[in-house]
Structures are given as structure tokens and as C-alpha cells.
Write a protein that binds this ligand. Structure first.
Ligand SMILES: C[S@@+](CC[C@H](N)C(=O)[O-])C[C@H]1O[C@@H](n2cnc3c(N)ncnc32)[C@H](O)[C@@H]1O
Length: 364
């Protein structure tokens, strides 16, 4: 956070992790879209809250990370890549130009191959227009919407992005912001949730349920905007406020790639991950081994609620409905098999082709 309004500001530990995720994801996104089997002749990376491109310790900001991901992973003369950076603080806008010049003293691509727009303005009033001017629509857009957590992003913009070809959004959300200011926020705040005022019932909930409610409402808003596949996760620093990132995409492949990026992140920062929907709020990892107990719990619940299922179905559920990867499923089911809490149909070892079920407690 901009400390005392200074620009630039220190890079918090969860920002380092967030940047690691952006970098790993974009290092996949640019090559897939520009060089993959269904390649596009041009794509756009846009930020509605770009910041100054540098932190007070000299660390790169997200705009520099994004351009570097392109330059290191995609050879020149591979399509046109537009970069749109918007910030409402004049100091950030001026400093971003300097940061870009110092990170890339030689322009890594020509102006035609890589147009860059840095503009002072608000995400709400100006991002859509900048994307119009750059003729970005009709080609894939990755929109990084990294506000201070209040997500002042017009619902109409989210809808337009969702309807645009192969486009994705990454939103930073601070549920605490909405919990704290619910009584002060007027009708405009409902637009953050797709116009649905149900987020306001947060005032009636127990403290531990509040953040989850805000996230659930935000997810619903993104779904209504038209993003069928969502992935949200909570970055939990040792000290300070957690940070929530919500990713929306039109394709399960996007979720898969985002998860690969998430699970590869450098663990040495001491920042943990949580599945915001895990009722017991267990951290997934702070050291090297992933903590699979929350997934074990979720799979057990699913089998109890939904009856027998193929492991392959559980892998699909895990990809699309949890922060875990399909590769985690067999390991997460094993303790349930060992305890007799679930059964493998026909006996034998647990495999991807197995069907598993949770017998009613009386039959165990
Ligand atoms: C979290 S910082 C962005 C950090 C940057 N994405 C990075 O990772 O290096 C949020 C930025 O949003 C800007 N900002 C705040 N409200 C805004 C608004 N309504 N529209 C555009 N920018 C805004 C702030 O000036 C600040 O630079």
C-alpha cells in the first residue's frame, strides 16, 4: 500500500508472491496465444491500476513484469502485442514511463509490434475507451485489475471482457474493505457485485463468515458477467492483511494454467495460500509439501452429498471448484480409503479409473 501517499511504496511480501503468479501465468499466456495451435495475430495486456512500475526497494512493478514475460518467452516478429496501463495518480503515470525506460533501455519491439499506452485516468471511466482506441477488442485481452482491493471496475467492462474472444481477468479483492465500509457505501458499490445488493447482508453474519460471503457475491457477479470458470485464492502473509485474487476465464485450460502458476510459486516468501471456501481456513502450504487435508475434506463431502463418483470426475471437480490440481486427487483420497471412510468399487487399488463412494455410517 502507498505508505503516507508516497510513490513508490515498499513491496509487501504478498505483493512479491502476487508478482510471481503474474509472471508465471503470463509466461504461459503470451506463448499459448501467440504461438500455440490456435494462435492469434495480436493480443492485449491491460492494467486498470498499473502503479508506478517500481517499488521503493527497486523491485519491478507489474507492468515491467508483464513486458518482460513477453520479451523473454516470445521471439520478436510473433504477432502484435498491445500494452495498456492506466492509473489515476499522476505521479504513478510519470514514474511508470521512467520505470519502463530504465527496465528496457532499448525498445524490445517496434512501436508497431508493441504499442504501449500509459494514461492517467480511472479504470471506471477510461479503460474501455483506451482499449477502443488501441483496437484491442475482437482479439484476446488479459485484464489485470489490481486495485487496492475495492475493485472499482464497472460491471459493463467485465461483461464486455467476458464476451470478448479468449479474454480473462485477474481481480484483486479485499473483502475486509467491504465489510468495514458496508454502511457507508452507496448504490454504486452494488455495481462491483453486478448490481446485486445481497453482499450487504454481510452485516448480519458472524465475523468468520463475512469474508467468504463477500467473495461468494463477487464470484457470482463475475459469473453473471459471463466468466464461466473462476479460480480464487487467498494469499496469507505472516503479518498484515490477506489478499484475495480472483481469476475469471472462458476456458478450463485457463484455470489449469493459472493453477500450475499458483502451485509453482516461490515458497520461500513465507506467504501461504488458502482456499477461501475451506470452512476450516487451513493454509495450503507454507513449506514445500502441499497440505492436502482441505481437499480431502471437500472430496469426502462431495461423495457424501453426491453419491459414488469416478476419480476422473473428482479430478475435474478439483480443477474447477477448488484451488487444488487434479494431480492432488489420488493423494487426497488415500487417507479416506485407509480409514474406511470411502470404498473403491470392486475392491483393489485406487486408480484414476476407479469409482469411489462414501458408505452411510451405519454400513461401515
Ligand atoms: C495495488 S496498486 C497497483 C500495483 C501494480 N499493479 C503492481 O503490481 O505493481 C493500485 C494502484 O491503483 C491506483 N488507483 C487507485 N484507484 C484507482 C482508480 N479508480 N483507477 C485507476 N487507478 C487507481 C493507485 O494509484 C495505485 O497505483
Amino acid at each position: 500500500m502507498s505508505v503516507g501517499g508516497t510513490v513508490p511504496w515498499p513491496c509487501a511480501p504478498h505483493t512479491v508472491v502476487k508478482h510471481d503468479i503474474y509472471q508465471r501465468y503470463l509466461e504461459r499466456w503470451f506463448p499459448i496465444l501467440l504461438q500455440g495451435p490456435r494462435r492469434y495475430s495480436s493480443v492485449t495486456y491491460a492494467e486498470g491500476f498499473s502503479g508506478p512500475g517500481i517499488y521503493s526497494g527497486g523491485e519491478d512493478g507489474s507492468p515491467v513484469i508483464a513486458i518482460r514475460a513477453l520479451v523473454t518467452k516470445v521471439p520478436p516478429a510473433t504477432g502484435v502485442v498491445r500494452f495498456a496501463f492506466l492509473d489515476n495518480d499522476e505521479r504513478c503515470v510519470n514514474m511508470l514511463w521512467d520505470s519502463l525506460r530504465s527496465a528496457f533501455p532499448e525498445r524490445p519491439r517496434t512501436e508497431t509490434a508493441m504499442p504501449v499506452v500509459v494514461r492517467e485516468g480511472t479504470c471506471a471511466n477510461d479503460l474501455e475507451r483506451v482499449l477502443d482506441e488501441m483496437k484491442a477488442w475482437g482479439k484476446p485481452i488479459f485484464a489485470n485489475l489490481d486495485s487496492w482491493g475495492n475493485a472499482p471496475v464497472p460491471f459493463r467492462l467485465l461483461q464486455r471482457l467476458a464476451a470478448n474472444v479468449s479474454s480473462e481477468v485477474m481481480v484483486t479483492l479485499s473483502p475486509q474493505h467491504f465489510v468495514r465500509f458496508v454502511s457507508k457505501k452507496g448504490a454504486a458499490a452494488d455495481d462491483v457485485f453486478g448490481g446485486d445488493p445481497r453482499w450487504r447482508t454481510v452485516t448480519n453474519l458472524a465475523p468468520e463468515a463475512k469474508s467468504r460471503h463477500i467473495l461468494a457475491c463477487y464470484r457470482q457477479g463475475l459469473r453473471t458477467a459471463g466468466f464461466p470458470y473462476l479460480l480464487d485464492f487467498e494469499l496469507v502473509p505472516k503479518h498484515g492483511q490477506p489478499l484475495y485474487l480472483i481469476f475469471g476465464t472462458g476456458h478450463p485450460f485457463g484455470v489449469e494454467k493459472m493453477k500450475e502458476s499458483l502451485w509453482e510459486v516461490d515458497r520461500t516468501q513465507g506467504v501461504g495460500f488458502r482456499d477461501p471456501r475451506d470452512e476450516q481456513a487451513e493454509t495450503l502450504f507454507v513449506v514445500d509439501e502441499p497440505q492436502l487435508t482441505p481437499l480431502t475434506r471437500q472430496l469426502h463431502q462431495k461423495l457424501r452429498d453426491g453419491g459414488p463418483a469416478r476419480v476422473e470426475e473428482l479430478r475435474q471437480f478439483t480443477l474447477l471448484e477448488t484451488v487444488y490440481r487434479p494431480q492432488h486427487v489420488l493423494r487426497a483420497l488415500k487417507p479416506l480409503v485407509d480409514q474406511g471412510a470411502i470404498e473403491v468399487e470392486g475392491g483393489g487399488a485406487l486408480r484414476i479409473a476407479s469409482v469411489v463412494s462414501s458408505p452411510p455410517p451405519s454400513s461401515r
